[in-house]
Ligand binder design. Structure first.
Ligand code: IFM
Length: 458
């Protein structure tokens, strides 16, 4: 490992000398890729795994594009060794993945499924053997269905104890080898889309229920953090937020008011409680918040001193009067505007508002309509350009003094893109869903060269 690092820094020095790296990154910068359990694993009935809310939702007609489900996905559960070999080939420093709660506790609580824990043992060992640092996310949306049936999932306060018990079991088992932990991936997205807009599992459409469920998720985060620290020596604990700048066009007072409320609901609903110990005023002013039950001491529990904040950045949202046309822009296959400057702005804002000790970009990437060319390759120049432009913004943020420590591309593999099913491909690695074959896209080769040089060419 040390020999490799010495060789890498010699190579970097040489390239800098030859002016081949215009934008060098700090030598300890962490380059990674990210995935999530339900999106890649498949093996939904393997080794005693219980049903998750996403199994139920995806099997409900009309909920997911083309009736796709995560039953097989990229079959990572059975092919993880091949995937770790690809990570090694790319030269990744770190791999971010999530644990499927229903593999560990098929009923959400109660008996522990040893075979489920054993899978993550094998995965962590394989990742470490490849010289890659594992970053574990405890919750990336696949709640055990049994808890949804019993208490309405995150709506019932029992979920707090159930989540902390799950976090305790997983961190006791993996904590000797995994040092980087995040409690929740994009808590706002999981509640907003799952409990308010009905587009994600469990498919509910009620703001009051969503606000209460969010509160329980926040308390669960606050109580899990000390458990992780107690179980893991030298733990680095964080949370991952999806941040999306809400920008107003013009100064119409209605537009500005909408911008403020939307910013609170999208960006500050979960950051301010954790980092400042209070809900945004705009959230508490919502009529649906009138019945929100907050127990004594909850807000103190929720406010946590974290080692890092994870930022998932994809795009911005523009608020404008209807009469104003949208500005000229490029869009990804998700219909999201390509706006690299927004990444820089987001990092600056996070740093200025909360001064976190460290920041990782825990997801950034893009879906495009990738095809395998007759030459057998996947040429994805738009993803290469997208990544290059966003890496450049990360470099600028570091120059501006922001404590940005690493960057995880979303995603390592093409995968199950939630309600969009397999129709949207985010991977550096192309998956043939008929055969399961893996194929590095041009963007994977580009990323490999950035990692090897630890910087960007001109
Ligand atoms: O695929 C998702 C991921 O699960 C969470 N962040 C955004 C990605 C792209 O939509």
């Amino acid at each position: 490992m040390r020999g490799c690092l010495a060789a890498r820094s010699m190579l970097e020095a040489l390239k800098r000398e030859l002016k081949m790296i215009a934008y060098p990154f700090p030598s300890n910068f962490v380059w990674g890729a990210a995935t999530a359990s339900y999106q890649i694993e498949g093996g939904v009935h393997a080794d005693g795994r219980g049903e998750s809310v996403w199994d139920r939702f995806a099997h409900t007609p009309g909920k997911v594009a083309n009736g796709d489900t995560g039953d097989v996905a990229a079959d990572h559960y059975h092919r993880y060794q091949e995937d770790v070999a690809l990570m090694r080939e790319l030269g990744l420093d770190a791999y971010r993945f999530s644990i499927a709660w229903p593999r560990i506790l098929p009923q959400g609580d109660g008996p522990v499924n040893e075979a489920g824990l054993a899978f993550y043992d094998r995965l962590v060992d394989a990742v470490l053997d490849a010289g890659i640092t594992p970053f574990v996310t405890l919750y990336h949306w696949d709640l055990p269905q049994a808890l949804q049936d019993r208490q309405g999932g995150w709506y019932g306060r029992d979920i707090i104890e159930q989540f902390v018990n799950y976090a305790d079991i997983v961190s006791r088992r993996l904590g000797d080898r995994v040092k980087h932990w995040t409690t929740f991936n994009e808590p706002r997205v999981s509640i907003h889309l799952g409990y308010v807009l009905g587009e994600h599992a469990p498919g509910l459409t009620d703001w009051a229920v969503g606000l209460q469920a969010a509160h329980h998720m926040l308390v669960a985060h606050g109580l899990a953090v000390p458990v992780l620290r107690a179980n893991v020596r030298n733990a680095e604990v964080g949370i991952v937020y999806a941040l999306n700048p809400i920008e107003a066009v013009g100064d119409d007072p209605d537009v500005l008011a909408r911008q403020r409320v939307m910013d609170a609901q999208i960006n500050r609903w979960f950051t301010e409680p954790v980092l400042l110990g209070q809900y945004p005023d705009e959230i508490l002013a919502m009529p649906e918040a009138a019945g929100l039950r907050v127990a004594a001491g909850d807000m103190q529990v929720i406010q946590t001193d974290l080692d890092f904040i994870g930022v998932n950045y994809y795009s911005r949202t523009l608020i404008k009067p209807e009469s104003v046309p949208a500005p000229q822009a490029d869009y990804t296959a998700m219909g999201w505007e390509i706006y690299p400057q927004g990444l820089y702005n987001t990092l600056v804002r996070l740093h200025e508002a909360y001064r976190p000790r460290a920041i990782y970009i825990t997801e950034n990437g893009a879906a495009f309509d990738d095809v395998v060319s007759p030459d057998g390759m996947v040429h994805d120049p738009r993803r290469v350009a997208y990544l290059r432009d966003h890496f450049h913004m990360a470099w600028r943020a570091i120059q501006a003094g922001i404590p940005l420590r690493g960057y995880f591309v979303w995603s390592l593999l093409d995968n199950f893109e939630w309600a969009r099913g397999y129709s949207k491909r985010f991977g550096l690695v192309h998956i043939d869903y008929g055969t399961g074959d893996r194929r590095l896209k041009d963007s994977a080769r580009f990323y490999q060269s950035v990692i090897a040089a630890n910087g960007l060419p001109e």
